[in-house]
Design a protein around this ligand. Structure first.
Ligand SMILES: [Zn+2]
Length: 107
């Protein structure tokens, strides 16, 4: 049985949204703060067992938790029908198929 209705999980989801909003605001001025907000959001998600929404999970590197600033620390290419997202800070490469639900994800 899933307990998705617990108030702690709702608070955690709200906090994760807020942290990503703050990271977006500061990405050009304080990149170090943006990265630490992403790290904190990941810790909250792990500790409270909530998922980071699909619209946000493509906005940071899964390996080094760096917040992606397009044109600076991330490269996106299409290769054989897949989206290839390369983190230029740790060289981690993530491939994801492009279909259905993924088409609406804004990077
Ligand atoms: Zn990385």
């Amino acid at each position: 049985m899933r307990h998705d209705k617990s108030p702690i999980k709702d608070i955690a989801r709200g906090e994760i949204d807020n942290l990503f909003l703050e990271a977006e605001k500061r990405k050009n001025t304080r990149k170090d703060l943006s990265d630490s907000y992403v790290l904190l959001a990941n810790k909250i998600a792990t500790r409270c067992k909530v998922k980071i929404p699909s619209t946000l999970k493509y906005r940071f590197c899964k390996n080094c938790k760096a917040y992606f600033v397009f044109g600076k620390n991330v490269r996106i290419r299409m290769c054989e029908g897949k989206l290839v997202v390369s983190c230029l800070e740790c060289k981690h490469i993530r491939r994801m198929p492009v279909h259905g639900d993924n088409m609406n994800v804004s990077l």
